[in-house]
Design a protein around this ligand. Structure first.
Ligand SMILES: NC(=O)c1ccc[n+]([C@@H]2O[C@H](COP(=O)([O-])OP(=O)(O)OC[C@H]3O[C@@H](n4cnc5c(N)ncnc54)[C@H](O)[C@@H]3O)[C@@H](O)[C@H]2O)c1
Length: 246
């Protein structure tokens, strides 16, 4: 089985690439390097530079690499920016996913794992968010992720594609310095910004006993029907308050 990791040069993607390679999977990366960094990837992992919007490139990549599974992480992910540039977010996150799924179906790829987001929930007025909590996104970013889940589920049902969606909350931590999260609106950079200003980091909740590594989803998804949607309240590799206490 050969997995194509879209957005594999990104913060989460580069961790997924290394974890899957270490688990013995054959992996390749497709990334337009808009926020990704080549140096995050191991030397021996093939990198195809280009966009999920480029159907020709996708067809060529699937054929040349013999891709049989896709982990789709490539996306624009800044909430504020999505409010200012909704058309760009819908084009990249929803249209990009449609083009990718068309190529997936045409190539006969059998498994598709989608990186959704807890942003699909909006601001739920509940103590504990579960799979059954209503999805009411409050910004275009969250909307594109919810629309993405619908697309993935519908394509999976219509084309016998095994699919799963992961709804991560704030992901934090890095296994090595060059793989650190540099996004200014992500949790670790925000924490350091507060510390630099002489303010303590703000914690909105306590620690939770959460599992790590959504990588395991790629092995279990082929056995699960109907396709699962997993909220993943996970710090990577540590949850929020544990990350702050370190
Ligand atoms: N970081 C978090 O806390 C978090 C939380 C919830 C969901 N997510 C989701 O996880 C995924 C990865 O997030 P991240 O934090 O690693 O972000 P990131 O910006 O570090 O990674 C995204 C990667 O996708 C690439 N990319 C973007 N658009 C592309 C396109 N059209 N074609 C090809 N490559 C493209 C970028 O160059 C980058 O390498 C995203 O889908 C994001 O929405 C992240």
């Amino acid at each position: 089985m050969t997995w194509l990791i879209t957005g594999g040069a990104g913060y989460i993607g580069s961790h997924v690439v290394r974890a899957m390679a270490e688990a013995g999977e054959s992996v390749a990366v497709l990334d337009d390097l808009s926020s990704g960094v080549r140096a995050r990837l191991p030397q021996d992992v093939p990198l195809v530079c280009g966009s999920t919007l480029d159907r020709e490139l996708l067809d060529r990549t699937f054929a040349e690499l013999g891709v049989t599974g896709v982990v789709h992480l490539a996306a624009k992910k800044q909430v504020g920016e999505s409010v200012e540039q909704p058309l760009r977010y819908y084009r990249e996150n929803v249209h990009g996913l449609t083009v990718l799924l068309e190529a997936v179906v045409a190539a006969g790829v059998s498994r598709f794992l989608f990186s959704s987001s807890a942003a699909v929930y909006g601001m739920p007025d509940v103590e504990l968010v579960t799979e059954d909590t209503p999805c009411l996104p409050i910004n275009p970013y969250g909307e594109t992720k919810l629309a993405g889940e619908w697309l993935v589920r519908a394509a999976g049902a219509a084309h016998s594609l095994s699919t799963a969606c992961l709804r991560y909350f704030n992901v934090a931590g890095a296994t090595r310095p060059e793989m650190a999260d540099t996004g200014v609106f992500n949790i670790i950079p925000m924490m350091f910004e507060r510390i630099t200003e002489g303010e303590p980091p703000r914690i909105f909740g306590d620690d939770y006993d959460t599992p790590t590594a959504p990588v395991s989803a790629t092995t279990s998804m082929s056995r699960i029907w109907p396709p699962p949607i997993w909220p993943w309240p996970v710090g990577w590799p540590h949850s929020r308050s544990r990350a702050i206490s370190r």
